[in-house]
Ligand binder design. Structure first.
Ligand SMILES: NC(=O)c1ccc[n+]([C@@H]2O[C@H](COP(=O)([O-])OP(=O)(O)OC[C@H]3O[C@@H](n4cnc5c(N)ncnc54)[C@H](OP(=O)(O)O)[C@@H]3O)[C@@H](O)[C@H]2O)c1
Length: 220
């Protein structure tokens, strides 16, 4: 059992993760800027989660997942350095804008939202991942998931914790995909997936066929 803190847990992806992870037996601390909003969302979810502020969610957690819009992440994360120090922090944040022509990626001066997260949190062990997992599929408990979750990080132990987290959700296959500086590639693909899903009314994601994950594990 892991204690999972969700920063922005009241949103679409946060609720989907909370539902799946709590159903799998993990202890979920559902964070919000507003503890009362967290209370309301937790009551609606119908599973056992702990509604708290974002700071309390990070303080209680073994692993944190950041699920806030990119436009809000700097403000939210600036106050969470102490509570996340030394902990694995998964950034699912995608820097994008949606205009009349649909979604498009945004440039980030740090390279990616996940690298900005690392700068803002300082001593956290940031892992970029989950950007391709559509919330509607998580929220529908009977939906069959068949999705790969590549993870980018400079910390192998943090990746191992993130893999354990993802493994709790049936149908997700998470693996180490490279250093944190490649996070922009993960984030940059999401607008394309959103466009495909909108055009074909789906909730598709990505698979990497032909991978032997055991061969890619670091030597013991
Ligand atoms: N939705 C998906 O399918 C999906 C899939 C993969 C990745 N992502 C990425 O995951 C992140 C969360 O997505 P989402 O769809 O769950 O987002 P969302 O529902 O729009 O927002 C998530 C939560 O973030 C907080 N929030 C909203 N605006 C904020 C702001 N300006 N500043 C600080 N906090 C704010 C809110 O929580 P409180 O008001 O309770 O604080 C909100 O409930 C995004 O970066 C998105 O690109 C989403």
């Amino acid at each position: 059992m892991m204690r999972v803190g969700l920063v922005g847990g009241t949103g679409k992806l946060g609720r989907g993760l909370a539902l799946r992870l709590a159903s799998a037996g993990h202890e979920v601390w559902l964070g919000s800027r507003d503890a009362e909003r967290a209370d309301r969302v937790a009551a609606d979810l119908g599973v056992d989660v702990r509604p708290v502020t974002n700071a309390a969610a990070c303080a209680a957690a073994d692993i944190v997942v950041v699920v806030v819009p990119y436009r809000g992440q700097a403000q939210v994360l600036r106050g969470l350095g102490e509570q996340t120090a030394g902990k694995p922090v998964v950034s699912a944040v995608v820097p994008l804008v949606v205009d009349a022509a649909g979604p498009r990626p945004l440039d980030v001066s740090e390279g990616s939202a996940a690298e900005q997260c690392q700068v803002l949190l300082g001593a956290a062990r940031v892992v970029a991942g989950l950007q391709w997992v559509p919330a509607p599929s998580l929220l529908k408990l009977d939906a069959v998931l068949e999705m790969d979750v590549p993870l980018c990080s400079d910390d192998d132990d943090a990746v191992a914790a993130a893999v354990e987290l993802c493994d709790a959700i049936k149908g997700l296959r998470a693996f180490h995909a490279g250093p944190l500086r490649l996070a922009r590639s993960l984030e940059g693909l999401t607008p394309l997936l959103m466009s495909v899903n909108k055009r074909y009314h789906g909730h598709t994601s990505m698979r990497f066929p032909g991978l032997d994950l055991a061969a890619g594990r670091p030597e013991a």
